[in-house]
Design a protein around this ligand. Structure first.
Ligand code: IPD
Ligand code: CA
Ligand code: CA
Ligand code: CA
Length: 263
């Protein structure tokens, strides 16, 4: 396997970062707001990102890093190897709940996701995939997803997008709420991707995500046959924020054509 050594290396780094996060629970967090009062960041988000970057720059000096907290590189193209890292995805949950958050990491080569990781630190569950070699939850292979129908589906969707907003025709999403079996909102895009990959939910929709939220999860979800695009049905670019849909193949198109209409 072409990326076996890189896979061992990334997993080791992620596990060690997870230990650091677990240790942080015994000390007081320094919490700040970013773009608005509910857009939170802590000293641990920053420390974990710096921990990854320190090691990656030392051991893979030719690789670039795109991290949420801005300690990495300014990336304008996806040539070569790019690590897309969210040190803590679900920071609000991390602060308020000390659970329901994850480390999210995707490693891309010339724009193609070759390795993907989502580490649910609290449950010690590492979701991982190497492109073309299947997806795993810890050491267990994750089975390829079977088909489902809209009426039997559970969809990951934030209530923020169902109330009237300037990005999407919310009538379509209200109809979706009525037609599906259930709606869930976990507050961590990475975990919602992991849940799609493991069949716990059948799709996840967002109006705005960044490359580091989805880079790892997309590699994992695609390995089990899920389809990931933006909400126009176009391929993801991983260079800027975009809308996002990941779903079992059997309902991806129906979700786009019958329920999602962007303004
Ligand atoms: C956020 C989470 C959340 C999603 C937001 C993301 P963060 O990431 O994934 O579920 O709705 O759009 O920004 O800030 O906790 O890493
Ligand atoms: Ca954030
Ligand atoms: Ca995130
Ligand atoms: Ca984050």
């Amino acid at each position: 396997m072409e990326h076996q050594m890189l896979d061992y290396y990334a997993k080791d780094l992620i596990k060690k970062a997870g230990i650091k996060i677990r240790h942080s629970f015994s000390s007081e967090l320094a919490i700040e707001s970013k773009s608005d009062a509910n857009d939170l960041v802590t000293n641990i988000d920053k420390e974990i990102e710096q921990y990854f970057i320190h090691h990656i720059r030392k051991d893979y000096p030719g690789h670039l890093i795109l991290g949420e907290e801005g300690f990495g590189d300014n990336i304008s193209a996806l040539d070569g190897y790019v690590w897309m890292l969210d040190p803590i995805d679900g920071t609000m949950n991390f602060i308020h709940q000390q659970r329901n958050f994850a480390i999210s990491l995707g490693i891309y080569k010339d724009g193609v996701g070759v390795l993907g990781y989502i580490y649910d630190v609290i449950h010690n569950e590492l979701y991982s995939a190497q492109k073309g070699h299947g997806a795993y939850l810890n050491d267990e292979p994750i089975p390829v997803l079977e088909s489902t129908t809209i009426s039997e589906a559970i969809i990951g969707l934030s209530p923020n997008w169902i109330i009237p907003n300037r990005r999407i025709d919310n009538e379509g999403l209200i109809k979706l709420v009525q037609d599906v079996r259930g709606i869930r909102s976990y507050g961590s895009a990475a975990l919602e991707l992991a849940y799609v990959a493991t069949g716990r939910i059948d799709a996840y929709i967002s109006l705005r995500l960044s490359p580091w939220d989805i880079a790892g999860g997309v590699v994992i979800a695609q390995e089990v046959g899920a389809v990931a695009t933006n909400l126009n049905g176009q391929p993801l670019k991983f260079l800027e924020q975009d809308t996002f849909l990941v779903a079992r193949k059997s309902i991806h198109e129906t979700l786009l054509s019958n329920y999602i209409s962007l303004k």
